[in-house]
Design a protein around this ligand. Structure first.
Ligand SMILES: C[S@@+](CC[C@H](N)C(=O)[O-])C[C@H]1O[C@@H](n2cnc3c(N)ncnc32)[C@H](O)[C@@H]1O
Length: 351
């Protein structure tokens, strides 16, 4: 689990609060049912794909709620559209529960009797989601802050996830959603979450935090922070996302990353912007607000030495080596390489 690779301790588990409900905030789902989904379906021909993404789906209630609404909206059609609900989270245990699709009896307060009967089977101690709904939803481990996003989407529902992110990271995520949505695609955030800038989205319903993608060109989004789930994308239908053949340069880079010594890339303003797969062992995420600052993320034993070596390398514009430092899991020496100013925008970054 990514938490371990980033050295997350139990006190940080509250970062990953996974509380959720079916049809959470009923007015939002009513709006989806009455207006957003019918409009969306009207724009599509029979057999076209309708693609929705539940981001930070926790134990699956949100994704299954969407799937139920989509089934209801299309079940009277002779030739319905092809429905796909992607649901992702970085919390593996929640995803396992979501795939199981078994929920305690108290969901009766969130799911009306008609839907309970149609979409669930009664079992001892609770309700199990029926195959018809389960088969519509693809659950995938995915870190919003580092893994490539799903694309060509009609609807993104990302509720009560942004509240955990710093403002500048939220902005990157919004760019990402703009990139992932089709023209006129809809974005639904949590009711206490908003979009700062109106460049990429306009407000559809402020009170419900529903936004529509503006059809304006936007720069290729960058993936904000930590790629955690890369190594887990191997299991059949759990495989996300944007598939394309890698360029040789990218492939070469990826192999070097995997086989070379662990490293992190640090921006001129001390932000950790990229890390190789095994570099997480040198980091420890502190409690409090999420940070990208390398000096806060680096393990305490390494902090002073790293500060000194980065300072020297920046001052001298040259490669600097640190002394070897023994840490509890391993013995490593750190070194830093400052790339000579180049034409490719890489100047001043530190490895
Ligand atoms: C409070 S729950 C929200 C569940 C559901 N969306 C809702 O509103 O009811 C937040 C979820 O976001 C997930 N999460 C937090 N940071 C994430 C990230 N960077 N990538 C993917 N999921 C993340 C957590 O694991 C958790 O399951």
């Amino acid at each position: 689990m990514g938490r371990q690779s980033l050295g997350l301790a139990s006190r940080q588990v509250d970062l990953l609060i996974t509380v959720t409900n079916f049809f959470r905030d009923a007015m939002v789902f009513e709006r989806l049912e009455r207006q957003i989904l019918p409009e969306l379906l009207k724009r599509k021909a029979a057999g076209d794909n309708i693609r929705a993404w539940s981001v930070g789906c926790a134990t699956g209630e949100e994704a299954y709620s969407l799937a139920m609404l989509l089934i209801e909206a299309t079940s009277a059609m002779d030739s319905p559209q092809n429905l796909q609900v992607f649901a992702s989270d970085l919390h593996e245990q929640s995803l396992a529960k979501a795939r199981e699709g078994f929920y305690p009896g108290d969901i009766e307060s969130d799911v009306n009797p008609e839907r309970l009967k149609r979409f669930f089977e009664r079992e001892s101690g609770g309700y199990r989601i029926r195959k018809e709904v389960r088969e519509l939803v693809v659950f995938a481990p995915h870190n919003l802050l580092g893994d490539p996003p799903f694309s060509k989407l009609d609807l993104i529902v990302c509720r009560n996830v942004m509240i955990y992110l710093q403002r500048d990271v939220q902005r990157d995520v919004i760019d990402l959603f703009h990139y992932s949505l089709l023209p006129d695609g809809v974005l639904v955030l949590g009711t206490s979450e908003t979009i700062d800038s109106g460049d990429l989205f306009h407000v559809d319903e402020k009170k419900l935090s529903i936004y529509r993608r503006r059809n304006v060109p936007a720069p290729e989004p960058r993936l904000p922070v930590f790629p955690l789930s890369r190594s887990r994308r191997t299991r059949g239908q759990d495989v996300p996302i944007v598939a394309s053949l890698p360029e040789y340069r990218t492939l070469h880079q990826a192999i070097i990353e995997r086989c070379g010594p662990p490293s992190v890339l640090v921006s001129p303003d001390d932000k950790l912007v990229h890390l190789t797969e095994l570099a997480g062992r040198f980091l420890s995420v502190p409690g409090g607000e999420i940070t990208q600052n390398i000096f806060k993320l680096i393990r305490e034993e390494l902090r002073m030495e790293l500060r000194a070596v980065i300072h020297d390398a920046r001052k001298r514009s040259a490669v600097q080596h640190s002394r070897a430092i023994s840490i509890t899991c391993d013995t490593r020496s750190m070194s830093r390489w400052l790339r000579k100013p180049g034409e490719d925008g890489s100047r001043s970054f530190s490895l």
